[in-house]
Design a binder for this molecule. Sequence first.
Ligand code: PBG
Length: 319
Amino acid sequence: MVHRPSRLRRKGIAPLVRETSLHLEDLICPLFVDENLERPTNIASLPEFDRHTVESAVHEAGTVADLGIPAILLFGVPRHKDETGSASLSGVVQDTISEIKRQVPGVTIIADVCLCEYTSHGHCGVVDEKGVIMDEPTLEMLKQIAVTYAEAGVDVVAPSGMIDGMVAAIRAGLDEGGFKHTPIMSYAVKYCSNFYEPFRDAVDSSCAFVDRSQHQMDPANTDEAIREVRLDVREGADIIMIKPALPYLDIIYRIKQTFTVPIAAYSVSGEYIMLHGAITNSSLRPDVINEVLLSIRRAGADMIVTYFAKEAARHLRQA
Ligand code: PBG
């Protein structure tokens, strides 16, 4: 037989022709640090995932680094929330960044830049009396947050609110502040998704009346994703984030085919509980985790933020 595709599937040959791989270096582990805590506490909506104190966050960063995962994505929960999210400018995230830098210098710290964890109303920006996000005061806050993170020693800032003009504002702020080498990972393509619900519990930003559809994307659109990425790249984004991942693999693929910018995909909290539940309560085996992560890589993601980072790393180290 001239064509016998199974010849290449034999042991010893299959790895040589493998097109896509999932490596430890592709993983980013989310890390939540909460100013209200005395000790690490499980997040009810995210089984087997904790919120940390500054001290336990440093320990967790060490565990992540020991597993060979190169980076963490840091989120903070403040003690006080107010109208403008002022607690975002100094506090638990800045403290955690500097402590991790001091004690676990090998791990790359990417920090979320958004107001929704810090505002009393739960919006990702400063809002007017009707609850509509006001660009100018919001961009000014985001710029200042990014600079305070950079001062604390952050490696990458990750604005996640999809506020128009956020990349340009943050780039200007970082450059003026003397941080021209700090890259921006921008959530250029963030869909208005139901898959974020467990995360909102994790950072206490669940707020019944918050309508994020004013700034997050309509799940029905794909051309809009191209326009968003083009704008963010023009404004100076170094890495593009697409989120969620699994229900949007077509978007990851299309962006990869259209642009040459590095792509990060965020496999969000809803994706995590979906698989976690199926593994814990049904018959799916944990091997599905790496299969799903591989599908995200195959679609075109260069790196993946996943709540399964530690499990995936352990699996990869055994392989
Ligand atoms: C906003 C932000 C959200 C997530 C990451 N950054 C929530 C939102 O947009 O409502 C969701 C992440 C997840 O679901 O795992 N700062």
